[in-house]
Write a protein that binds this ligand. Structure first.
Ligand code: PLP
Length: 401
């Protein structure tokens, strides 16, 4: 018999979203006619703009002709796409050579965890997107789990709550090899300021840590003074990796396309280039994103593509405004809108209690904040992806709760 991977058995609880889905199914079994509205998993709902799907259609059709058929692509992904990403998101400060096209941010976070191996220590925001913690556990980076302390040996949670304005207190944070940092942040929706990211970069420099910066929601930032990339901070290219995604930007959650930046300057302790080793690693275990998805990605940068994407993002932001107005009447929220999520403090009871209450009384599915970490207890996360009519109906139900 084959023994199970011991790291997998260290995972602490059911993965959050399957548990939400389980409760939804159980509710529907008892209430088959309930018109449930999902404000839970952060999946996009608006169709992909036609100029972008047209480009994917053309790419797909070209594969059926001998003269235009293409098999494996370049290891780092399409050069044209890397040049566009470099120009549009990084004003060429990050070069195409430092960009690696992926099949999505989550997939590359998992690969980064495998890349850094089991011997690194890790810090992450609490609450956080679950893959940072669970992926680190699976990669064997967390060490043993101490039941009494309810914590992992090599993993440090950086509390982010209303007391510290949802930004970790770095002065009391430990030195670790890796620091995951997400901005705009899932689940709280908080977007770090330029000064805060400057502090984070200085902290990483001082401790010789590497930041893994998740910018999956950068396009939702409404305040023009807020940074959209860690590389807006001078010196970040010495200490930070950034993962980006077309998922929430262009509705590519099912198409699958993203990128990872490994700057030229980033070095391991022994002086070895992280980028060179990543290149070696990625070309061993990964064969690149779909060439059809890459053509869709390229179409996002045409003037039509950009116009349509910006319309869709404005639509979700308007959803967020509508929902926030209703939530503010019932619960406490703490920040401006710079993400498609609202993190609301509901009261003294547990997050799952409020989850059940909203499910039973308002037929709304949310996500309990505690599922993202201890600091999320008493909170619910509301996702603002959805049709306008559903969002308006959800807002009405909340107001009548
Ligand atoms: N990063 C964060 C913070 C997310 O919330 C999500 C998806 O919800 C992802 C990454 C996943 O991105 P992708 O679809 O590119 O894998």
């Amino acid at each position: 018999m084959v023994k199970s991977n011991p790291h997998l058995t260290k995972l602490q609880s059911n993965y959050l979203f399957p548990e939400v889905m389980k409760r939804k199914r159980a509710f529907l079994e008892e209430n088959p006619h309930a018109n449930l509205i999902s404000l839970s998993i952060g999946d996009t709902t608006e169709p992909i703009p036609k100029p972008i799907t047209d480009a994917m259609l053309r790419a797909s059709q070209s594969l059926s002709k001998r003269e235009s058929y293409a098999g494996y692509g370049p290891e780092q992904g399409s050069l044209d796409l890397r040049l566009k990403i470099s120009e549009h998101f990084y004003r060429n400060k990050i070069t195409a050579d430092e960009i690696f096209i992926s099949d999505g941010a989550k997939c590359d976070i998992g690969r980064l965890q495998m890349f850094f191996g089991p011997d690194v220590t890790v810090a992450l925001q609490d609450p956080a997107y679950p893959v940072y913690l669970d992926g680190s556990v699976i990669a064997g980076q967390t060490g043993s789990f101490d039941l009494k302390a309810n914590s992992y040996e090599n993993l440090y949670l950086l509390p982010c709550n209303e007391k510290n304005n949802f930004f970790p207190d770095l002065a009391s944070s430990p030195k670790t090899d890796l620091i995951y940092f997400c901005s705009p942040h899932n689940p709280t929706g908080y977007a770090a300021t330029y000064d805060q990211l400057k502090q984070l970069v200085a902290f990483a420099k001082e401790n010789q840590s590497i930041i893994i910066f998740d910018s999956a929601y950068a396009f939702y930032i409404q305040d023009p003074n807020l940074p959209r990339s860690i590389y807006e901070i001078p010196g970040a290219e010495d200490v930070a990796i950034e993962v980006g995604s077309f998922s929430k930007m262009a509705g590519f959650t099912g198409v699958r396309l993203g990128w990872t930046i490994i700057p030229q300057n980033l070095k391991f302790e022994e002086g070895q280039s992280v980028k060179a080793l990543w290149n070696r690693f990625i070309s061993t275990i990964y064969n690149g994103a779909s060439n059809i998805a890459e053509q869709g990605g390229l179409a996002c940068f045409t003037s039509e593509g950009k116009k349509e994407i910006s319309k869709t993002i404005s639509y979700y932001i308007e959803n967020t405004r509508i929902l926030k107005q209703a939530i503010d009447q019932k619960f406490e929220t703490f920040m401006d809108i710079n993400a498609p999520y609202i993190f609301a403090k509901c009261g003294p009871r547990s997050s799952w209690d409020y989850f059940n209450e909203l499910l039973e009384k308002a037929h709304l599915i949310t996500v309990p904040g505690s599922g993202f970490g201890k600091q999320g207890e008493h909170f619910l996360r509301f996702s603002c992806f959805g049709s306008r009519s559903d969002i308006e109906l959800a807002a009405n139900r909340l107001l009548n709760l």
